[in-house]
Design a protein. Sequence first.
Length: 244
Amino acid sequence: MLPFLNIFGAAIAFPPLVILAGLWIGATLADKHAPKDRFAPEAIFNLIFVAFAAYIIGGRLGYAAQNPSAFSQDPISLVSRNFGLFDPLSSAALALIAALIFGQRKQFTLLPTLDALTPAFAVFMLALPLANFASGNAFGAPSQLPWAVELWGMARHPVQLYEAIGAGLIVWLVWPGKQETTMDGITFFQFLAYSALARLIFEAFRGSSPVLLLDLRAAQIVAWIILAGSLWGIYKLKQSYPSP
């Protein structure tokens, strides 16, 4: 685990750096491989940047709106580096709104845009478990396997590394040029299906999520829904295209 980096005597949180690196690499690669006949140079990169900026601003403003007393005495703390002062729901809502407004102004169409963004989504999903491994979050269940890692007082599955390996395979599967189809939306729905399947498998090795009915976890139930929806989406898209 590596929660902090010591740079010139300053302790810098390492997991957020991993997330930012994944976001930047994914955005750069997605923009580079976006179809040039559909997207202007840097259009996809700018879309991701606008959504990410809205995500950060929305999360902090949402938290401030729900907890005004936390900032009334010290308004400057709105720009604090404390990641606990953050509301994920508000951040996601504002990021989505900002992305939709940006895409509408640039006259993006939905399915081709989702396909163009898929490499960025895939790389980000690779960075996320690596950041969790660095911080110790989303830890694994107890294990006696030779490759178990010591965390929170016991040997555990390095489930974050399992997820990172699975995410790396998904990056390879959805990489631009790997797909033979030209149907808009197929690449994105395939990414959703692969990611949901990976979550179904690796969630069983986690030790930080509650078990619900029939030994299923909440994340697995959501993954089943996403997997079914993505397979249905692939089926409907193929039905809408004429047979060769």
